[in-house]
Design a protein around this ligand. Sequence first.
Ligand SMILES: Nc1ncnc2c1ncn2[C@@H]1O[C@H](COP(=O)(O)OP(=O)(O)OP(=O)(O)O)[C@@H](O)[C@H]1O
Length: 513
Amino acid sequence: MEEPTEQSNKNDTKKSVPVLPWMRSPVDVSLIDECPLGHVPFLDPRLDLALRNTGITSHFPVQVAVWQETIGPGSFERDLCVNSPTGSGKTLAYALPIVQVLSTRAVKCLRALVVLPTRDLALQVKEVFATIAPAVGLSVGLAVGQSSIADEISGLIKRPKLEAGLCYDPDNLSPELQSSVDILVATPGRLMDHINNTKGFTLEHLCYLVVDETDRLLREAYQSWLPTVLRLTCSSDESLFRHMPSTFGSLKTIRKFGVERGFKGKSFPRLVKMVLSATLTQDPSKLAQLDLHHPLFLTTGQMRYRLPEQLESYKVICGSNLKPLYLVALLQTLQGEKCIVFTSSVESTHRLCTLLNYFGDLRIKIKEYSGLQRQSLRSKTLKAFRAGKIQVLVSSDAMTRGMDVEGVRNVINYDTPAYIKTYIHRAGRTARAGQAGHCFTLLHKEEVKRFKKLLQKADNNSCHVHSVPSESIESLRPIYTTALEKLKGSVESETYRKRKINVKSSTQGKWKR
Ligand SMILES: Nc1ncnc2c1ncn2[C@@H]1O[C@H](COP(=O)(O)OP(=O)(O)OP(=O)(O)O)[C@@H](O)[C@H]1O
């Protein structure tokens, strides 16, 4: 699934001028330097230590910028919209301030919710929280449908012993139920399941909402998860004002000054929102869905889109009938370095991966990773890829946004991306965290001009030609012919099998009727 374009893309090749006034005066993250951990103001020493234990010794620029607006001096006064390149460290940018601010909490309840579009991404983000939250006594939960709903519920809700006196809010919760987690990382579908069906699951104490990969999440309604979350976290006062005539409009500003939701008789701050992406939407109607409070826009440089600094882009020009040969020759020159090959659909992902595996002994382990597969198989593949047991992943777009795999040095666009957003997210699987990386795009001659225009939208004027020696192509021809024959056979037998299954299920249907 490719990234659709937006109206404002007309402006993309020039300095971007957003429609929304608050987006026109952003904090420019490119002007901020990295900051050694020892110089990060107010950083809890326990978190400092936890970060150092994972090898982190400084804050990346986007983390410095978000820290300033959350912990100090900004104190979470404004909602944040962060547009920062792939691999720039956005996850820790929001995870660290949330964990620090919740570290002083007196009672356990669900205070922070992070929503991501896919299960693998949610698992990845949970891992980031899990490296820092336990250091200050916080627990992180996961609602993604990885385990059975019953197992997930037992991880999220606990039944404390009444004599321990832990039931703090008898008015609102059934006395024996309370949250086991302070922070929840969720996908929208499972989140909605818990909201609708899980006894004791409540968002009424929520203080922080993070919408990661915002543009992707806003594109899909997912059972109206966002309006539901906003409604459930809205103060009773505020929901009252919402339905009042405009003369009461000024009263809404109560929210700006903090105390708006009751929490066991005490005032409680408003729900703070942080929304992030490497390609954040600037579409006012989409952003309006988030009901942002006095938002602050943090972006990197003046262009709308930006590629990682250490990324080198190359084009590989080849005839369309020879693409698989060029791909194999390219993979051979990469000598088993970790690589992701992108295609434009789940079907072509499957076909290409099958074909590559018929190429005889390439001495490269190649696997498919796509939405056609079962989640358990995808997770297994991803684990093996992370561990280096697989060197090449052939993938469709839908699965790879935000994916952070250590050591991916190369990305190959087997099919040319139609949109700059797609190019950014694909290329962004390499050159992460300041590391070097290459992105190769296979193109026919006729595609070159359009591709050049596409890259200009991300201020990328240096995309050199990468040439593949014709001898390499010629030497692969015989084996390619054999591989194609095998692929044909495999496609035929798969089609036959599918047809058989369809016939079987329709016959069973008839009998049932
Ligand atoms: N301060 C830091 N020092 C060193 N490494 C870091 C730091 N912050 C983050 N990283 C590493 O940088 C990598 C990229 O981080 P992250 O996944 O948060 O990027 P991102 O901006 O969310 O990218 P994307 O837009 O693709 O989702 C991760 O491997 C992470 O561990």
